[in-house]
Design a protein around this ligand. Structure first.
Ligand code: NAP
Length: 307
C-alpha cells in the first residue's frame, strides 16, 4: 500500500490559525504586536524567497515584521551592530539572521553573529545558550525545522516513544537538534553522516527515518523498513535532466513541470520510497511550511517570555 502523504501545507495552516488568537491576545494585553526583526545580508536568491515568505507569514498573523537589509559588501562588525540594535529594541522580541551570510565574511562569521543575538530573542535557537538548554531538556527556543518535524510526527499520530529513529545528517540546523528532540521523546536515536558504513542497512532499522542530507533522491527504498515514517527535509533545486530522469518516470507530471520550468525542487528521498514507507512528508509541501509556522510560534513565545 502506498505511503500516507503528510500534508505539511495544511498542517502549517492549522498551526498558524492556532497562533492567531495568541497574537491578538498579546497585542491587546501589551499594546503592541509581537515583533520579529530579520537581518538579510547579500543577495542570495533562495534567501530572498525564504525571507519574503517569513515576513508575509508574520504580517498575515498580525505580527510586526521588519527587514534589515544589508549589502553583500557588509562587514562582520556592521552585521553585529544591527543585531545589537535589535537586541535592545523594545519593539522586537525575536531576531533572525538569514543564512547564508555573504562568503566574503568568512566561515566563522555566521556563528559569531548567532553568538551576538540575545538568547531570549534567538528564535532560530542557534545561540550556544539555547543549544545547551535544548541538550539539557530545559525550556528554550528550538530551531524551526526540527520543531516542525516533531510537530508533523505528533499531529500525524506517529508514535515516537520506544521506537527506533535514524537521522541522516548531523548539521547544527537540522540533524543534531532533531535527534535531541526525538531522544527527549524517548526514541532510540542513531545519527548518521557521510562516514557511516552500511548506511542503507542502518537506516532500514528505523521506524522513523529523517533525511537531512542535501542530496536529491539519496534515500532509496533500500534505506526504508516497510511501514516506516519517512521525513524528507531536503530542499534541492535540480536542473540536471539526468537526475530528474532517475527520480521520476516519464509519465510523472513532475517531468512535465521540469520541462516547463527548467528546474525542480526535490527532496532527499527518492519518490519510489512512497511504495515502501507507511508515511512520508513530501517536497515541496512537507517540512518547509512547518518550519515557518514554528518560527512564528517561537516569536510569540519569545514575546510572551519577555513580557
Ligand atoms: P548540511 O549542513 O550540508 O549537512 C548535511 C549532512 O548530510 C551532513 O551531516 C553530511 O555528513 C550528511 N551527508 C552528506 N552526504 C552524505 C552521504 N553521502 N551519506 C551520508 N550522509 C551525508 O545540510 P543541512 O543544513 O542539514 O540541510 C540538509 C538539507 O535540508 C538541505 O537540502 C537543506 O536545503 C534542507 N533544509 C531544509 C529545511 C526546511 O525548512 N525544510 C531547513 C534546513 C535545511 P557530514 O557531516 O559527514 O559531512
Amino acid at each position: 500500500m502506498p505511503a500516507r502523504i503528510i500534508d505539511g501545507t495544511a498542517m502549517a495552516a492549522a498551526v498558524r490559525e492556532e497562533l492567531r488568537p495568541l497574537v491578538s491576545r498579546f497585542t491587546a494585553r501589551c499594546g503592541r504586536p509581537p515583533g520579529l526583526g530579520i537581518v538579510l545580508a547579500g543577495e542570495d536568491p533562495g534567501s530572498e524567497i525564504y525571507v519574503r515568505n517569513k515576513l508575509k507569514s508574520a504580517a498575515d498573523l498580525g505580527m510586526r515584521a521588519d527587514l534589515e537589509r544589508l549589502p553583500a559588501t557588509v562587514t562582520l562588525d556592521e552585521v553585529i551592530e544591527v543585531v545589537r540594535r535589535l537586541n535592545t529594541s523594545q519593539a522586537h522580541d525575536a531576531i533572525l539572521v538569514q543564512s547564508p551570510l555573504p562568503d566574503a565574511l568568512g566561515p566563522e562569521a555566521e556563528q559569531a553573529v548567532f553568538d551576538a543575538i540575545d538568547p531570549r530573542k534567538d528564535v532560530d535557537g542557534f545561540h550556544p545558550a539555547n543549544v545547551g538548554r535544548l541538550v539539557q531538556k530545559r525550556p528554550t527556543l528550538v530551531p524551526g525545522t526540527p520543531l516542525g518535524i516533531l510537530e508533523m510526527l505528533v499531529r500525524s499520530g506517529i508514535a515516537i516513544g520506544g521506537r527506533r529513529a535514524v537521522v541522516i545528517g548531523r548539521s547544527d540546523i537540522v540533524g543534531k537538534p532533531v535527534a535531541m528532540l526525538l531522544l527527549h521523546r524517548d526514541a532510540t536515536v542513531t545519527v548518521c553522516h557521510s562516514k557511516t558504513p552500511d548506511l542503507a542497512a542502518v537506516a532500514a532499522e528505523a521506524d522513523i527515518l529523517v533525511a537531512a542530507i542535501g542530496r536529491p533522491g539519496f534515500v532509496t527504498p533500500a534505506f526504508v523498513k516497510p511501514g516506516a515514517a519517512v521525513v524528507d527535509v531536503g530542499i534541492n533545486r535540480v536542473s540536471d535532466p539526468g537526475v530528474i530522469a532517475r527520480l521520476f518516470p516519464a509519465s510523472s507530471p513532475r517531468r512535465a513541470d521540469f520541462a516547463r520550468r527548467g528546474s525542480l525542487v526535490v527532496g532527499d528521498v527518492h519518490p519510489a520510497v512512497a511504495e515502501v514507507a507507511g508515511a512520508l512528508t513530501p517536497v515541496p509541501g512537507g517540512v518547509g511550511p512547518l518550519t515557518i509556522a514554528m518560527l512564528l510560534s517561537n516569536t510569540i513565545r519569545a514575546a510572551e517570555n519577555r513580557e
